[in-house]
Write a protein that binds this ligand. Structure first.
Ligand code: NAP
Length: 185
């Protein structure tokens, strides 16, 4: 039962370009049965939480492709606004401190993990509260120079696993806590 931030990133630490485009990501070579593959990962997940930019990207992608809502698990969207939910999707809206939704996420996830989908600041909010256990990244062979940051915090991580999947370097880290230099006492 962990809270995990699982995402793809550019080598220079961006989740999306400044216009929220993922075109650089979606064209990469990927082995769907390879290390850190999405199919195995999503089986381990009992609840999701995402920020509103990510949610609106998903909604726009579904509208463009005609696909249905992807997630069988309950999904919390952090937003201060009123947003629509797709028909039949278990989407719940929340705002404010992530500690306020954590118990609900954990309860919904049961024995499985909670997936912090992104963006980076939301993962940072969980880390700030000491509630982020793992960071699992697939690093695309792309640098963007600017965009939406992967995890805009100062943290020490411990490398647990690395592999290659198609064009990606995959890595799993354990979150140790605030950067050693920032710790007091
Ligand atoms: N590379 C990948 O695999 C990957 C993974 C995830 C996301 N992405 C992309 O990366 C980008 C991330 O965008 P982003 O950095 O803007 O982050 P985001 O977390 O998706 O959205 C940020 C917004 O969520 C709302 N929010 C966040 N925390 C909140 C809280 N505690 N209470 C209330 N509202 C809260 C706020 O908007 P409002 O209050 O105004 O609604 C905030 O501006 C998106 O383009 C997404 O599609 C890529």
């Amino acid at each position: 039962m962990s809270t995990v931030y699982y995402t793809a990133t550019t080598l220079d630490g961006f989740l999306a370009d400044p216009d929220d485009s993922l075109a650089w990501l979606l064209r990469q070579d990927l082995d769907e049965a390879g290390p850190q593959n999405y199919g195995a990962f999503i089986e381990s997940i009992g609840a999701l939480v995402m920020g509103s930019t990510t949610y609106e990207w998903v909604l726009a992608h579904l509208a463009e492709t005609g696909e249905a809502w992807y997630y069988a698990q309950p999904t919390w969207v952090m937003t201060s606004r009123e947003l629509p939910a797709p028909d039949g999707a278990d989407v719940r809206f929340a705002k404010g401190a992530v500690t306020g939704v954590y118990d609900d996420l954990r309860a919904a996830a049961g024995e499985r993990d909670v997936w912090v989908v992104g963006g980076g600041d939301l993962a940072g909010q969980f880390a700030d509260a000491g509630l982020l256990d793992d960071v699992i990244v697939s690093i695309a062979p792309v640098v963007l120079g600017a965009g939406r940051p992967l995890l805009p915090r100062r943290l020490d991580l411990r490398l647990e696993e690395t592999a290659r999947n198609g064009a990606f370097v995959t890595a799993r880290y354990r979150v140790d806590g605030p950067l050693t230099e920032d710790r007091t006492g």
